[in-house]
Design a binder for this molecule. Sequence first.
Ligand SMILES: *Cc1c(COP(=O)(O)O)cnc(C)c1O
Length: 366
Amino acid sequence: MKLRYPRLEINLSALRNNAKRIVDMCGEQGVSVVGVIKGATGIPEVAKAFADGGVDIIGSSRLEQLRDAKDFGIDKPLMLIRVPMMSEIEEVVELCAGSLNSEVSVLEALNDEATKQHKVHRVVLMADLGDLREGFWDKEELMDVALRVENEMDGLFLAGVGTNVGCYGSILPTPDKLQELVDIAREIEDKIGRKLDIVSGGATSSLMRIADKNIPEGINSLRIGEGILLNRDLGLFYGYDLKGMRKDTFTLKAEVIEVKVKPSHPQGEIGVDAFGKRPEYVDRGMRKRALIAIGKVDYGDPDEIFPKDEGIEVLGASSDHTILDVENYLGDLKPGDVLEFDINYASIVYLTNCKNVRIGFTEDKN
Ligand SMILES: *Cc1c(COP(=O)(O)O)cnc(C)c1O
């Protein structure tokens, strides 16, 4: 059968390796891992690779993705890592072992529903420590709500507390910042007279604390997505190179549909491009260019795909076309040829959400 393009190839051996490495690295420091699958739109094979790599819990911000994981036969506990919508409470309780929370009204609804379904739903209360996305800002309110869950809501189990950093407010998970969460956990534990199961100290960016071996004692869980899927951001933005992590997890393949020598500066009066923008065009004279049949609707931003071959440069894109400068490419390009690209986190989210893009799975050959 002829392969269709564009394709996103996912190396499941590499993903399992990454999941296992992260689980081992965190485990050595007493930290368990929620494997977050939303970065790859919850593709069940990806969730399976996370599960096989040993994550304790599968997490996503989307119930649809957790449902797919369950239907695929993944038997790990599922956690909704977004505050539940009121409109999805019934399904949250039915499907998920637990969820992250920050609103009393939502907790009440979860409690009612769990009681109705004869279940106990595990909740992690989120503390906003400055990133300004979800979570209780007022720590007194957080304490009060924790006590209410513990003492008055029989359908809920107060599993623990968590925080999110580095998402909206770009706050770093410094040891001090994470210590604030441990302090909150200790205060709640004093008040309820028992230990909390979960003190969830953030996402991939908190792996810097694991690498530095200075994660505050008491943080015992992290929610990791990008760090397993790609493990690119920590190195790129913060210079952290975690050992034994594979970067060849995702490969984008797109097909050449035109190769011609053309001017590098548009000819005629310049207005706006397909998206109403006015890009700068550099005049480099006549250059050999290739068009590939993939565009912004597939991957989002052409600056976020990276040709694997030497001598190929991404010039720009419209919805369904990407324009490459191939003047310095040594091979012979023609329509029907397939070019490969590395991609980043944002591109993966788009590509795995796009029905024009075929998903393929590979395993290491041995
Ligand atoms: C997306 C998300 C994560 C995972 O983030 P990564 O940076 O991909 O590890 C963790 N926690 C919450 C609440 C999230 O929304």
